[in-house]
Design a protein around this ligand. Structure first.
Ligand code: AMP
Ligand code: DBH
Length: 532
């Protein structure tokens, strides 16, 4: 049994195959072809995994899971940070056709529950070192709540549930049973704008194409040494070309466990890292460190810095080439699919002032006005896109899909963009109700719904506030029946188990929320009030 998802219409699928975008290979092909390669695939602190060890670890775990009864078409909820086990688990599950959701390590109970409710996982894999799993409290409640869960494995644990033991042991043989290449391989997470985070079904065919194409554009090879700074599950550092692209090229992925210059510069120097992918707020952090305490020599191996996830000012863009002495590539991507980027041989003004152009000639992009009509080149409007690796619908979301996909299957990303005559895209802003906090997306409605569960809060609106380093922070406007303190509200949200980055940075109390002519909360006015 495969997972139901919105398929590409047959004539599109046929074209994507004919053009060679879809090759009908499983994602595990990325690593299985290097099964006997002795070069290093992953560096995780003191641990080095050769491709052979990586493959063996994947097989060991896949075989164990199969022995425990895991079957093609089942689902898994996984929460691992920037550790080698993240990739081992990912490929092991794909090898036996178990479809994972990779929660971010910063996620807490609220997010894990939201995902589990949607997929009914049979497998749950997490890390003992995560604050939720230091004892068995949450785990016990979780397993009682989701009776679908048959097996729990924990990284950094000992005993019967130790993921590490299962990866090491070689008692069983795996029979590869991946889902067919045009079926769902795994779910990617949407930054979203709705109350419940939406899941994005990605097939082997579409994802593998995106990885392969990005890897070609970035000219990765076996000498590539990539620093994974962003959360390993993030689409950018997983697939554009990310760790998967590096594995495909036979290169090496070095894992960073935080973006601090101290930690990352040392890793870059120590391992001769030549490419990395970051969000603009990390660029800021690194440039500031370089100005304050030097470190240019430590970065001398770095050839390419990819920046995406949030808007990069052209000022900051220019400083990268100037002060970091490496090439910049801007990347505009989304977990739903579409990836645009500047090319290595683009003129400097394109690299610093645009987000490049789509990776695939068959990516179809157009810009719509408020009425959904097509705008001319250069005009700013709503981005609409479809193509061989952009989803045609979110998982199990009939209503939401009607709003975010048009009748021809174009995805409405909620970004305000313009596309120049020569095809370069520039992002100007966003209409979706989301805060982009240094590349970490917060769906306003999700937080507003949680705030409204407080007895004394009658109205709530979350809006973005401009911020020098993060680009944006969040501000909650609240109408309450009794006076409340900001600390009390943050504690209340914390108790509901949300990820820390979703806690409002600012909280303001007002008598009533301003409304637009049609009676919606006027968020534009709320944002203006913050500037005044
Ligand atoms: P998600 O749908 O959560 O994967 O987030 C994708 C969104 O991140 C896009 O729709 C944009 O709003 C934003 N984004 C990604 N890359 C860039 C970029 N280079 N510049 C501006 N916004 C970006
Ligand atoms: O922000 C993103 O989601 C993103 C940014 C750059 C992305 O998904 C990607 C590249 O693939």
């Amino acid at each position: 049994m495969c997972i139901a998802y919105t398929r590409w219409p047959e004539q599109f699928a046929a074209r994507y195959r004919l053009k060679g975008y879809w090759q009908d290979l499983p994602l595990t092909h990325i690593v299985t072809r290097y099964a006997s390669n002795q070069s290093i695939a992953i560096v995780d602190r003191e641990r080095h995994f050769s491709y052979q060890q990586f493959n063996q670890s994947i097989d060991n775990l896949a075989a164990y899971l199969q022995y425990k009864g895991a079957k093609c078409g089942e689902t898994a909820l996984v929460q691992l940070g920037n550790v080698a086990e993240f990739y081992i688990v990912f490929f092991a599950l794909l090898r036996i056709g178990v479809v994972p959701v990779n929660a971010l390590y910063s996620h807490q109970s609220h997010e894990l529950n939201a995902y589990a409710q949607q997929i009914n996982p049979t497998l749950f894999i997490a890390d003992r070192q995560h604050s939720l799993f230091v004892d068995d409290g949450f785990l016990t409640t979780f397993c009682a709540r989701y009776s679908s869960v048959r097996l729990v494995l924990l990284n950094n644990d000992i005993g019967a549930r130790s993921l590490n033991n299962m990866i090491r042991q070689t008692h069983y043989q795996v029979i590869a049973t991946p889902t067919p290449a045009d079926e769902v391989a795994f779910f990617q997470l949407s930054g979203g704008s709705t109350g419940t985070p939406k899941l994005i079904p990605r097939t082997h065919n579409d994802y593998l194409y995106s990885v392969r194409r990005c890897q070609e554009i970035c000219q990765l090879n076996r000498h590539t040494c990539y620093l994974c700074v962003l959360p390993s599950a993030h689409n950018f550092c997983l697939s554009s070309p990310g760790a998967l692209g590096v594995f495909m090229a036979g290169g090496c992925v070095v894992l960073a466990n935080n973006p601090s210059p101290d930690h990352c510069f040392k890793l870059i120097e120590q391992h001769g890292v030549n490419i990395s992918a970051v969000v603009p707020s990390i660029v800021n952090l690194w440039l500031q460190a370089l100005r304050e305490r030097g470190g240019h020599k430590q970065l001398s191996s770095l050839r390419l810095l990819q920046v995406g996830g949030a808007s990069l000012t052209s000022l900051l863009a220019k400083r990268i080439t100037g002060e970091m002495n490496c090439q910049l590539q801007q990347v505009f991507g989304m977990a739903e699919g579409l990836v645009c980027c500047t090319r290595l041989n683009d003129a400097l003004d394109k690299i610093t002032q645009t987000q490049g152009y789509p990776i695939c000639p068959d990516d179809e992009l157009w810009v719509a006005n408020e009425q959904g009509e097509k705008l001319a080149s250069g005009e700013m409007g709503h981005l609409m896109t479809r193509g061989p690796y952009t989803i045609r619908g979110y998982f199990n979301s009939i209503e939401h899909n009607q709003e975010t996909f048009d009748h021809e299957g174009f995805y409405y990303s909620g970004d305000l963009v313009s596309i120049s005559i020569d095809g370069y895209l520039t992002v100007h802003g966003r209409v979706k109700d989301q805060i982009n906090r240094g590349g970490e997306k917060i769906a306003a409605e999700e937080i507003e719904n949680l705030l409204l569960q407080h007895n004394a809060i009658t109205q709530a609106a979350l809006v973005s506030v401009e911020h020098d380093v993060l680009g944006e922070k969040s501000c909650a406007y609240l109408v309450t029946t009794t006076p409340l303190r900001a600390a009390e509200i943050r504690r209340f949200l914390n108790q509901q188990g949300i990820a820390k980055y979703k806690l409002p940075d600012f909280i303001k109390f007002i008598k009533a929320l301003p409304l637009t002519a049609v009676g919606k909360v006027d968020k534009r006015k709320l944002r203006e009030w913050l500037i005044d």
